[in-house]
Write a protein that binds this ligand. Structure first.
Ligand code: CIR
Length: 252
């Protein structure tokens, strides 16, 4: 069970962030509205939120997930792999310091939290354009100290590991079609996400609910079929900036 989450409000500079999506410029007011609805949904799931003020110096800083890896017992401060985001992790460290024992990825490594997926006692770390081998090894070492099993897997065709693969619980895994084969995932009940709905691979299980992005009916039906209660959220403005449901919070 998660009890807490950290989120950060989108800054007025949001549209200057990094994106490969060719979906147009985000509407800032609408992004704020969608962010508010996201926060309400997390509260409905039972989480107590720490809402950080917008930081206009970092247009991507509402995507707090990339700045740390957090469990209920400890946290690891990440080291963003895109230079434009380097520094976002400093303030998150200050926020987490009073709450959890902390480790850090040192400056030989890079690691974005979006590349790290937990499935019960297993962690998957994606090697991406953001997360390098050194960063992944540093995180692996820390996780293994806490007896987690860790798989480090190269990813392709996606920004972060969790852009394409997300664990719902009960052995159920959402997997985007068209990403490279990952034999390490074969023990899971894999639900293939339709190629036309690839954005919806990033659903987010929070306690009794699964948060699902709005506008992806096949994925919604598949998640419902598994027996989960869902909350649908409009995420259009975050999708324009390559961000999804998990990216917008750190849960623990
Ligand atoms: C970036 O490119 O870093 C942001 N525009 C999007 C980050 C999305 N984060 C995530 O998937 N964990």
């Amino acid at each position: 069970m998660f009890t807490k989450a950290i989120v950060r409000k989108p800054a007025h500079t949001f549209a200057n962030g990094i994106t490969e999506a060719k979906l147009g410029k985000p509407d800032y007011k609408l992004a704020l509205k969608q962010h508010d609805a996201y926060c309400e949904a997390l509260e409905k799931c039972g989480l107590k939120l720490t809402v950080l003020d917008a930081n206009p110096d970092f247009p991507d800083s509402c995507f707090v997930e990339d700045t740390a890896v957090v469990t209920k017992d400890f946290g690891v401060i990440a080291r963003p792999g895109n230079k434009k985001r380097l520094g976002e992790e400093i303030e998150i460290k200050k926020v987490l310091e009073p709450l959890l024992p902390l480790y850090s990825i040192n400056d030989l490594g890079t690691l974005d939290g979006g590349d790290v997926m937990q499935a019960d006692n297993i962690f998957f770390i994606g090697l991406s354009n953001r997360t390098n081998l050194t960063g992944s090894r540093q995180l692996k070492e820390t996780l293994e100290k806490y007896n987690y099993t860790v798989y480090v897997i190269p990813i392709c065709n996606i920004l972060h590991f969790k852009t394409g693969v997300n664990y719902l619980g009960e052995n159920n895994l959402l997997v985007q079609e068209g990403i490279c084969t990952m034999n390490e995932l074969s023990a899971f009940n894999r639900i293939l996400i339709d190629q036309n709905e690839s954005y919806a691979a990033n659903c987010l299980r929070v306690n009794d609910y699964v948060l699902v992005p709005k506008g992806f009916p096949k994925t919604k039906a598949n998640v419902e079929k598994l027996g989960y209660k869902i909350i649908e959220l409009e995420l259009s403005e975050f999708q324009k900036m390559d961000g999804g449901l998990s990216c917008l919070s750190l849960r623990f």
